[in-house]
Ligand binder design. Structure first.
Ligand SMILES: Nc1ncnc2c1ncn2[C@@H]1O[C@H](COP(=O)(O)OP(=O)(O)O)[C@@H](O)[C@H]1O
Ligand SMILES: [Mg+2]
Length: 265
């Protein structure tokens, strides 16, 4: 559905993304995890055509490069750095984006109403974005990614810095996207979100892809149970081995691969 083939990108002499090959399957939620500076955002930006790779190619299913308008229409992106106009209302923001995608009239109204209701902003749609909380801005940013009804949705840290209520809403929204058959690529610092949402996770470190698979597959490849323990981390009796905070199993795989906790920023 979306694939990166040997994709690389450097800024100056620093390789931000180094020969990454990865593909999101139709209808899956693919998690993209890694410490700050791992190259996740750069990988996302190449996927949506915001920056061109130095080497390698990105393909959006059979539509080809994301730099072609046809492929772009199939993509929705919520960038990590919020891309919102403070002086526009939530509804105006979505109207502007819909017009960029060539959607107008009743179809535009229907999709804008749907997107606003989906993220729980219908009642604040007429207010200027600058009056929104961070959580509301993140939810509007998500609505912006969805308003043109794309097949593939890329969400770059969609819950960063938000209040717990908005976070819960956003995670529920992403879960609902799965039911709607969308393909989602999801970057987060919160491993509990990744465990709850993602069909597979890809772990990046230093611009390279460390591994990709289901959480169970990653645990199998990186057995983490202490030697003294009779049970494996997958056997279900995991309470004594898990960190107190969310993302237990995945946190251990992550630590094993990168030597760091995802939460250590
Ligand atoms: N526009 C840019 N100019 C220079 N360096 C950049 C730019 N964007 C990203 N980088 C660098 O590339 C690396 C990967 O960054 P990024 O893709 O943002 O990682 P992540 O999203 O995983 O935190 C970092 O070292 C970052 O400083
Ligand atoms: Mg990033």
């Amino acid at each position: 559905m979306l694939s990166w083939n040997e994709v690389s990108k450097s800024f100056g002499t620093r390789a931000a993304v180094d020969a990454v090959t990865l593909a999101a399957r139709p209808g899956e939620i693919l998690g993209l995890l890694g410490p700050n500076g791992a190259g996740k955002t750069t990988l996302m930006h190449m996927a949506v055509g915001l920056i061109a790779p130095d080497g390698g190619t990105v393909s959006i299913g059979d539509r080809g490069s994301p730099r072609s308008p046809e492929a772009r229409k199939a993509l929705g992106v919520a960038t990590q750095a919020l891309s919102l106009y403070d002086d526009l209302s939530g509804r105006e923001q979505l109207q502007f984006l819909a017009s960029l995608y060539g959607i107008s009239g009743r179809r535009a109204s229907r999709q804008i109403d749907w997107a606003l209701a989906f993220v729980g902003l219908a009642d604040r749609a007429g207010d200027r974005t600058k009056t929104y909380s961070i959580g509301m801005k993140r939810r509007l940013n998500l609505a912006c990614a969805l308003v043109h009804d794309p097949d593939v949705v890329l969400l770059d840290e969609p819950t960063a810095g938000v209040d717990p209520q908005s976070r819960e809403r956003i995670v529920d929204n992403v879960d609902a996207l799965r039911s709607l058959g969308r393909t989602v690529i999801y970057t987060t610092h919160y491993l509990d979100e990744a465990e709850r949402l993602c069909d597979r996770v890809a772990i990046m470190d230093g611009g390279r892809l460390s591994c990709v698979g289901t959480i169970d597959e990653l645990l199998e490849a990186h057995p983490l149970a202490p030697p003294s323990s009779a049970t494996s981390a997958r056997s279900g009796s995991e309470s004594s081995q898990q960190p107190a905070r969310g993302g237990g199993k995945l946190e251990q795989v992550f630590l094993c691969l990168t030597g760091r906790s995802l939460r250590d920023e």
